[in-house]
Design a protein around this ligand. Structure first.
Ligand code: SF4
Length: 80
């Protein structure tokens, strides 16, 4: 699993850092920074997925290994 964080969308709720502190740190205003390149080993997938799902502004997204946006299975199958 690989994720990216859009800091322009982050609204500083800090939920991600509570769920997955090894991957998301907060600055003095509680805006998040993604630690590392976003690569998440399987063992940490549940915590990072929880962070992704609980971010109220959808600032965290799962991406393909090369960093391109991950598409839903149906869209990928349809070539959309
Ligand atoms: S949960 Fe979302 S809005 Fe809150 S700090 Fe993390 S990325 Fe930003």
């Amino acid at each position: 699993m690989r994720v990216k964080l859009d800091r322009t969308v982050c609204d500083g709720f800090g939920i991600c850092a509570r769920h997955a502190p090894a991957y998301f740190s907060l600055d003095d205003w509680d805006y998040a920074t993604l630690e590392g390149d976003g690569t998440v080993p399987d063992a940490d997938r549940p915590a990072v997925t929880r962070a992704l799902l609980d971010c109220p502004v959808h600032a965290i997204a799962e991406v393909e290994a090369d960093g391109t946006p991950k598409r839903a299975n149906g869209a990928a199958a349809a070539g959309i």
